[in-house]
Design a protein around this ligand. Structure first.
Ligand SMILES: [Zn+2]
Length: 134
């Protein structure tokens, strides 16, 4: 069971910029890499175009999965934003979690974006530590 995810500052900033551009809709994407270390952030369109829900565009998601596989990487995480909170995985997030990967949730603390990682299994979300490195 994965309990941590390592990201570079650049990957962190790429996600932050992406979710900030989507505001006040939820933004989403995928994290690919190896051995808990993220090597690529892939943006995916939120087909739901909703401030309280995300549904990954299935075509973009499939393309992303193909890219990950053909580059010899693994799907390590799924990120999405909660522009109006909460700062944890929502009931819907827990119910709809379809992949055994880290779920990274972006939320706003006052006006500043922050993110927390969660492992969702058997109807429960437990926090995963996020290591930010150079
Ligand atoms: Zn959510």
């Amino acid at each position: 069971m994965k309990r941590q995810l390592t990201l570079s500052k650049n990957h962190w900033q790429e996600m932050l910029d992406h979710v900030d551009r989507q505001v006040s809709l939820e933004g989403c994407g995928l994290l690919a890499g190896k051995n808990d270390r993220v090597e690529k952030v892939i943006f995916v369109r939120n087909q739901a175009q909703s401030p309280a829900r995300f549904v990954m565009d299935p075509y973009e998601q499939l393309q992303a999965f193909d890219w990950i596989e053909s580059n010899g990487l693994d799907l390590l995480g799924i990120f999405h934003s909660h522009p109006a909170g909460p700062e944890t995985a929502s009931v819907t997030d827990i119910a709809e979690a379809a992949y055994e990967v880290v779920h990274l949730i972006w939320f706003r603390d006052q006006s500043r974006w922050q993110a927390r990682g969660f492992w969702i299994e058997n109807g429960y979300a437990t926090e995963v530590s996020l290591q930010i490195v150079e």
